[in-house]
Design a protein around this ligand. Structure first.
Ligand SMILES: [Zn+2]
Length: 265
């Protein structure tokens, strides 16, 4: 019998949702437990009800982890999971700030590349070098990372929301003042507006209020309050070109340039 294909209805960070093409019931596959991959799926799936085998089409994964969390928000809102919405949005914010910091200070930083443009550290190259560079960065304090401009002895690996935000604002001060060549055409008021939204958001306080002893239950009004923050994260991710580090790992960084070229190794 010819194997049927089913189109994915919704693909989220955790799960994919699709209707079985044989019995029509909705199946939910967990990416880690059932599919055992975080990449787009290319495998046979078995219906959990009629146990027939089918094929999935249109799985997409995003190029940045924070975007998964943002993309999941519409489903959480539709299902009225306002608590999970706040958790996902707060996590999107933290992952975004972390990734943006790492992109700028490590991934595109020529300091960590050899003459050919590869990551290089202690006689190691590419992924091995990168892991060492990343791990030693996590051990540094904010004070060391910012060469005393932020007077904070906390190690990067221990940083949570407020500390990450302080570092993010320090790292992207040039972008905020519109000095990056890639940002020169942008309207300054839009840049300032978005930086202010991130600088002033209290999403982390709402999140803390939920997960600790108060067990605060957010309402639809809480969700509406963060509409601008969601837009801001999409906007910043695009204009600061924030991507997962793996995008940079096997690419060669051209000297004196923000561009990267793909090479085959
Ligand atoms: Zn079925």
């Amino acid at each position: 019998m010819k194997k049927l294909t089913s189109k994915i209805k919704k693909g989220t960070y955790e799960n994919i949702f699709m209707d079985c093409p044989y019995c029509g019931r909705e199946c939910i596959f967990n990416r880690i437990s059932d599919l055992k991959t975080i990449m787009p799926i290319t495998q046979d799936l078995k219906c959990e009800y009629c146990e027939k085998i089918f094929w999935a089409s249109y799985d997409r994964v995003t190029e940045a982890k924070y975007k998964w969390f943002l993309n999941d928000l519409s489903l959480l809102k539709k299902n009225k999971n306002y608590g999970l919405y706040i958790l996902a949005l707060c996590q999107a914010c933290e992952i975004f700030m972390h990734q943006a910091i790492i992109n700028k200070l490590i991934d595109i930083n020529p300091e960590y590349r050899n003459d050919e443009g590869y990551f290089y550290h202690n006689n190691k190259i590419c992924a091995d070098a990168y892991n060492e560079i990343y791990n030693s960065f996590c051990e540094k304090s904010l004070k060391d990372i910012t060469k005393n401009e932020l007077d904070d002895g906390i190690k990067y690996k221990k940083c949570t929301f407020d500390k990450l935000r302080n570092l993010f604002l320090w790292v992207y001060d040039d972008a905020r003042k519109n000095k990056l060549p890639s940002l020169v055409k942008l309207r300054e008021d839009k840049i300032e507006k978005n930086f202010c939204i991130l600088k002033n958001t209290d999403i982390n306080k709402t999140r803390n209020n939920m997960v600790h002893k108060n067990a605060y239950r957010p309402s639809i009004d809480d969700i509406q309050k963060y509409k601008e923050l969601v837009k801001c994260l999409y906007w910043m991710g695009s204009y600061l070109d924030v991507k997962d580090s793996v995008e940079y790992l096997n690419r060669r960084k051209k000297p004196n340039s923000y561009d990267v070229e793909i090479i085959n190794i």
